[in-house]
Design a protein around this ligand. Structure first.
Ligand SMILES: [Zn+2]
Length: 200
């Protein structure tokens, strides 16, 4: 075991102990993971133990579920700075809900913690998330297979992919939810999400 593995293990142990082995935001107990609260400070306790449901929404891979995040009205009172910071960020993303706006007003962070909470810029986002979606609105993920719903005639290439062509193992183009990348006839090309549907 390398020194790095050892330190990761110790951090997980620390968080498991601190949290009582439950999600520090919603108290779920399954498949918990260590989440380094960005930007990383390098301190072992500046991380939180969270569940997959919280993580997917924090990372904007799923739409925010207003009911799920009612859990913050409890977890925001945690004495752990990293939990306070995450609660503050998520409450800000939900600030259009009156319960969340009221909670932010009650949650006091000292100057240093407030600066950390704001450092990611997350609080300026709202509850909407930018997801890559196919022409029917199904959410796309890296590695998905898709089917072309329009023939592609790629300028400057010999590619002529017909409707119904399957493109496997797509990659989402970061910062542009209208585009994915995929390999067609041996070439990596950009395809517009409005011209494809998720397979399966
Ligand atoms: Zn959770």
């Amino acid at each position: 075991m390398s020194a790095k593995d050892f330190s990761i293990m110790k951090q997980e142990d620390l968080l498991v102990q601190r949290s009582g082995n439950q999600c520090e935001l919603c108290e779920a107990t399954e498949n918990l993971k260590v989440y380094e609260v960005p930007p990383a400070t390098g301190n072992m306790d500046d991380a939180v133990l969270i569940c997959p449901k919280c993580l997917a929404q924090i990372e904007k891979k799923k739409e925010l579920d207003n009911n799920h995040w009612q859990c913050l009205t409890t977890s925001m009172w945690s004495e752990v700075p990293a939990v306070q910071v995450m609660a503050w960020r998520m409450l800000n993303r939900l600030r259009n809900e009156s319960w969340a706006a009221e909670s932010i007003d009650m949650l006091y962070l000292d100057e240093e913690r407030l600066a950390w909470a704001k450092a990611s810029g997350d609080h300026e986002n709202d509850s909407t998330v930018d997801l890559h979606k196919d022409c029917y609105g199904a959410i796309l993920q890296n590695g998905d297979a898709v089917v072309l719903t329009k023939s592609l005639d790629v300028k400057g290439s010999t590619i002529n992919a017909k409707v119904g062509t399957v493109v496997r193992n797509i990659r989402l183009v970061p910062d542009n939810t209208e585009q994915i990348e995929g390999r067609v006839e041996g070439q990596q090309i950009v395809i517009l999400t409005k011209y494809l549907r998720k397979q399966g």
